[in-house]
Ligand binder design. Structure first.
Ligand SMILES: C[S@@+](CC[C@H](N)C(=O)[O-])C[C@H]1O[C@@H](n2cnc3c(N)ncnc32)[C@H](O)[C@@H]1O
Length: 263
């Protein structure tokens, strides 16, 4: 059985019931799938979307899926350095305080939500498609300033009048099956003039039955077309490898006032 890892190498199949974990022997990239996904001999079949990549059995596995091991750096290093940087950087750009409600779209287990609440006292609403990530998030963040919804629950809350002051969206749109749909959900849930802090790698990595797939959609441009870009920077070299810094874009964007939004 061979399928390509995002660095174009080959995965080995390692069974860790009830999940199937694929590990690239060259770069140690992990890719997790439920056993129901047919991957054996899948190389010559049409790739199918595999959201199971984000269904995780433990906090440890969640961490390795969220902050993937990359050439020259480990999950633990990325978790520590990037999280610390992001909390400072988000605060610098969004000017957060305890009066604010932040939408953490694609929150994972709350890597950023937890220290954001601790540092700024803000309220955070996490949203994630993965049920296991949502369950782990409640346990990891453990704060009465935090709640976690599915995208469907977010849509319902928006219908009832929910509006966040800010949105953070880190390492999510690059992986979303429908990037435009995620951007539309964020825009609908954000107050007029609210800011979005988005972090993405420049190439798409959509989880499929053949591994991470780049469908060629430019999410950085898509965000620029959907909101007004205030600034764009990257992970600094003192906390990230040169490769990670080169492929990462951090955009601060303003939601157009509702009167100007496309109908
Ligand atoms: C790489 S993790 C990043 C988690 C978190 N933002 C962080 O930086 O720690 C990507 C997360 O996005 C979620 N996700 C992927 N597509 C999504 C979508 N369309 N809507 C909401 N969440 C999504 C995944 O389930 C996963 O938890």
């Amino acid at each position: 059985m061979v399928i390509a890892c995002p660095n174009y190498r080959i995965y080995l199949l390692v069974d860790r019931p009830p999940f199937t974990v694929l590990i690239c022997p060259q770069c140690s990239h992990h890719f997790q799938m439920s056993p129901s996904v047919d991957i054996i001999g899948s190389q010559d079949r049409t790739p199918t979307f595999a959201p199971e990549a984000f269904e995780v059995a433990s906090r440890e596995l969640a961490m390795s899926v969220i902050m993937t091991e990359e050439p020259g750096t480990t999950t633990a290093e990325r978790w520590n350095f990037e999280t610390r940087f992001s909390i400072d950087d988000i605060g610098r750009h969004l000017n957060l305080d305890a009066r604010h409600c932040v939408l953490d779209f694609g929150c994972g287990i709350g890597r950023v939500a937890r220290p954001l609440i601790e540092r700024y006292g803000c309220r955070v609403v996490g949203v994630d498609t993965s049920e296991s990530m949502r369950n782990l998030a409640t346990d990891y963040v453990r704060s009465d300033r935090f709640e976690v919804w599915s995208p469907e629950e977010l849509a319902e809350q928006v219908r009832r009048g929910f509006q966040a002051d800010f949105c953070i969206c880190l390492w999510v749109i690059q992986h979303a099956f429908d990037a435009s749909e995620v951007i539309a959900s964020i825009a609908s849930a954000l107050r007029a003039d609210g800011l979005v802090y988005a972090m993405n790698q420049s190439e798409r990595a959509v989880p499929t039955s053949h591994g991470w797939h780049n469908d060629g959609i430019d999410v950085i441009e898509l965000l620029r077309r959907s909101f007004s870009e205030v600034s764009c920077h990257s992970l600094p070299l003192h906390i990230a490898t040169a490769r990670m810094s080169a492929i990462t874009k951090i955009q601060v964007l303003r939601n157009p006032p509702k009167s100007c939004a496309t109908p």
